[in-house]
Design a protein around this ligand. Structure first.
Ligand code: ADP
Ligand code: MG
Length: 260
């Protein structure tokens, strides 16, 4: 009977019409023999802001890369905006269109201008007319406060400016969910704030966000929940208030004592 009950709970938890933006259910992943993600369970509501922290090598990048299938999980289920991630490539493409990702190293195309970086995917993936794509790109470049850089090349911009372009480029695809993987950790300190401010703006507009970051000020300011990962597991998940004031696990306490 117990098994039946937990089955029933699981089935309702994966209702594709449910409001969750992302659901990870009993997810495991291995790199060869190495068990990198261990039984990840996470449900992210639409509009929710999640901050993920944890020691280097704990599986943070791997976990969020599984959400847009840059990495494949081997066990469990991942459902993104109602679509389960399987080997159906057409559906993976659809999911990728809806999930923007910003990396530590901005990954802009160096031989394309800022504007061209922003219009590339809308033109080629969404088949948008060039003029429309450019209009949208300028809209988002204004929003990240660098419209005047549109015709420059990435190498001519500061790190903070390049990262804001990377955010604008993602927004040009009208994503439903944004993933950030340590977006400020490659930046000089004086540029961190301009990128965080951009992310705060996005959060305030209601974007669903999963952010791997050790910027705990950002976590306090915008996160609905903070997740602490260690050895491929979610060790702790709580509101920022509780997480910082009252960490439950020794590993969380140790980690916080090292970074705060
Ligand atoms: P984090 O982002 O928390 O630093 P990662 O998800 O990048 O952690 O990595 C988790 C673990 O998996 C690390 O031990 C890392 O060395 C290993 N790892 C990451 N990517 C690969 C890969 N492509 N092949 C094998 N091992 C990997
Ligand atoms: Mg990482």
């Amino acid at each position: 009977a117990t098994t039946m009950t937990s089955q029933a709970v699981q089935t309702s938890a994966i209702d594709p019409k449910a409001e969750a933006a992302v659901q990870m259910i009993d997810v495991h992943k291995w790199y060869g023999e190495f068990h990198v993600l261990r039984d990840i369970n996470l449900s992210v509501r639409r509009g929710e802001r999640i901050v993920i922290c944890g020691p280097s090598g704990s599986g943070k990048s791997t976990m969020i890369r599984c959400i847009n299938r840059l990495e494949e999980h081997q066990k469990g289920r991942i459902i993104v905006d109602g679509t389960e991630l399987t080997n159906d490539l057409k559906r993976i493409d659809e999911v990728r269109r809806d999930v923007g990702m910003v990396f530590q190293h901005f990954n802009l195309f160096p031989h394309l201008t800022i504007l061209e970086n922003c219009t590339l995917a809308p033109i080629w993936v969404k088949k948008m007319p060039k003029k429309d794509a450019e209009e949208i790109a300028m809209h988002y470049l204004k929003r990240v406060k660098i419209p005047e850089q549109a015709n420059k090349y990435p190498g001519q911009l500061s790190g903070g400016q390049q990262q804001r372009v990377a955010i604008a480029r993602s927004l040009c695809m009208s994503p439903k969910i944004m993933l950030f993987d340590e977006p400020t950790s490659a930046l000089d300190p004086e540029m961190v704030k301009e990128v965080l401010d951009t992310m705060v703006g996005l959060a305030e507009e209601g974007m669903t966000m999963l952010c791997v970051t050790h910027e705990m000020g950002f976590a306090r300011q915008v996160a609905d929940r903070v997740i602490f990962m260690d050895y491929g597991q979610i060790v702790e998940m709580n509101t920022p208030d509780e997480f910082f004031k009252n960490p439950q696990h020794e590993r969380t306490k140790l980690f916080l004592s090292q970074i705060l």
